[in-house]
Design a protein around this ligand. Sequence first.
Ligand code: PMP
Length: 292
Amino acid sequence: MQLWMDGALVGASEQAVSPIAHALHYGTGVFEGIRAYETAQGPAIFRLDEHLARLGRGAETLGMAVDLGLMRAGCLETLAASGLQAAYLRPLVFYETGGLGLDVAGLKVRHLVVALPWKNHLGEGEQRGVRVRTSSFRRNSAKALPPLKLCGAYVNSVLAKLEATRAGFEEALFVDGRGFVVECTGENVFLVKHGKLTAVESADALPGITRATVIDLTGAEIRPVSLAELRDADEIFLTGTSAEITPVGTLDDRKLAVGPLTKDLQARYASLVRGKSETSRGWLTHLSGVSV
Ligand code: PMP
């Protein structure tokens, strides 16, 4: 693991965070999950600037002044120092010291980037199809917690994931009070019916960058989808930086095959992120900082 904090590379043992860090107690931070892939020109970060922009929106929501240029340099520096050809980058900005009250004005902000080796967190599910269970938990309403990568918001995902794994499943699907699909704990949802691809739309779902990539590549239609409609799909897959394109093999009591459209997209995505096809959109940032 390579670590960067507040502008400089640091050893893991050198870094201390206060036990009364505001974020530790209240979840007052915002993070990103970014991947770098091995390309013919060395490691490159996929859609770095879109991830940084989302980090910036989260920071702004928390009233935090964050220098995104510094965070960008931090991502590149950390990846380079890690020596990894493919990595997961975890930028995090959080409130640390200055008080334990709920007024965050004037609190110290810490900036962190970690680079780690990574595999899809859904494991073999990426090939065989992941086992998904509809959650009894509701997703955070956008009116209560905006769908951004705010640290505290992820307690909601943790509870849903726990419920699903305790029941022998691997992932949880959030459905809203009207019976419409929202998202999974860390992925957006797509379905295929009669060869037509649809991206599930929900105000409570995180605007995923992988989802936007798939929509861009395929021209998928974007609309709200009920759980009943999803259950009737020919193919279902999940998208996320970590999950990439992960097929759903089981949804509650329904079994689904990994379908041709999902397989085709998996292959397209795998070659896109490694700069083997459909390049020149500025989506790959090399260690030099230049995006191609
Ligand atoms: N929804 C949630 C709740 C997530 O945490 C993630 C992962 N960032 C996603 C969807 C997928 O977003 P992205 O494609 O930007 O990684």
